[in-house]
Design a protein around this ligand. Structure first.
Ligand SMILES: Nc1ncnc2c1ncn2[C@@H]1O[C@H](COP(=O)(O)OP(=O)(O)O)[C@@H](O)[C@H]1O
Ligand SMILES: [Mg+2]
Length: 326
């Protein structure tokens, strides 16, 4: 295929020389992605592995795709070069290059290890609970480092979560959420927007912005974050609440019991506060977590692959978070 050949030429000319000298052998390509075309490129003779993500897909114009690719590239650079997220233990993946003309391609190093998704699966299906507790501890350490390094004095605003809630509710089609339910969710959310303690108790930090279990890899206690497309300035609970929502969703979906995720969520938040060096933070976070968990649950409810019954449960749980959380 023409694009593949052009990408391989680009890798040989611009990317591989950063990692090992020529000559290079054949490049083996394996698909990794589900949403976007994401591929692992493997050059055997020098054992080079890099990952390429193509932002141009379907009807998305190249210009928009390029903006997204370049945003992720700049985000990775900023975090590594200015905020110290390039250490061994906690880091974001290293960007190696970007090309507009090659379907808005971003090339990064290949991250080692297994994703959080893998450890959640092992806990649920093989009862490997300790491994998940430990992995969540590492993830908490990663977030504590990211949020600490980027903390500002800027106050938090309800605008971002409010805007986000509105956008997700708009995207959940009529069948999943009817008008009375949407009205109820918005009514409960309104109380949160006006609760001063929710927004006055902390300051803005950089958040990963897409804290899903497939965007973090773990290798012997080292954490690599990938997929920094949605990085933003926001409440730290944006990340923490999304992880909590993911844990709740995965356990509820695969065990049918909505409480089984609770010890893991509690442990994750506690470890976050401990790693941040401020256990009082545990109270601040848990107080407002239901708001961000609700956003996370609604966001997951947009995914068709989980089935309609479960999606409806997610919406119901989000509603409860907003209703009883405050
Ligand atoms: N640098 C990388 N190292 C290892 N695996 C990766 C890397 N980048 C992506 N992947 C794999 O590909 C999947 C999709 O990539 P991602 O950047 O998260 O794209 P998307 O925006 O489609 O979620 C990830 O969940 C991960 O399993
Ligand atoms: Mg991803």
């Amino acid at each position: 295929m023409y694009v593949e050949a052009a990408i391989c030429d680009y890798l040989r000319e611009e990317i591989f020389p950063q990692l090992a000298p020529p000559p290079y052998a054949e490049i083996e390509i394996t698909s990794l992605g589900t949403r976007k075309p994401v591929c692992l490129f493997f050059e055997k003779s020098k054992n080079i592995m890099v990952v390429g993500k193509l932002f141009k897909r379907g009807v998305v114009p190249l210009e928009d795709a390029w903006l997204e690719a370049d945003k992720e590239y700049s985000n990775l650079k900023l975090l590594r070069e200015q905020l110290g997220m390039d250490g061994d233990a906690d880091h974001v993946v290293a960007p190696l290059g970007e090309s507009r003309k090659l379907s808005a391609l971003l090339v990064t190093e290949r991250a080692l290890g297994q994703t959080l998704d893998y450890y959640i699966g092992k806990a649920i299906f093989d009862q490997q609970h300790d491994e998940l507790f430990q992995t969540l501890g590492y993830l908490a350490r990663f977030f504590a480092k990211l949020h600490e390094a980027s903390k500002t004095e800027r106050p938090l605003s309800p605008e971002l979560p409010r805007f986000y809630l509105n956008a997700i509710l708009n995207s959940l089609e009529d069948k999943l959420i009817d008008y009375p339910e949407r009205d109820e969710i918005e009514k409960y959310a309104l109380r949160w927007w006006h609760e001063e303690r929710v927004f006055a108790s902390d300051r803005e930090t950089i958040v990963h912005g897409d804290a899903t279990p497939t965007n973090f890899l773990f290798d012997n206690g080292n954490v690599t974050a990938i997929d920094l497309e949605s990085m933003n300035w926001a409440d730290r609970c944006w990340d923490l609440g999304f992880i909590a929502a993911e844990l709740k969703h995965h356990f509820m979906w695969r065990t049918g019991n909505k409480w089984t995720a609770e010890p893991f969520i509690g442990h994750f938040l506690w470890e976050y506060a401990v790693n941040y060096g401020d256990t009082n933070l545990f109270r601040t976070i848990t107080y407002k977590l239901p708001l961000y968990m609700a956003l996370g649950l609604l966001r997951i409810a947009r995914n068709f692959y989980v089935g309609e019954t479960h999606r409806k449960r997610l919406v119901m749980e989000a509603n409860k978070c907003l209703k009883y959380g405050l």
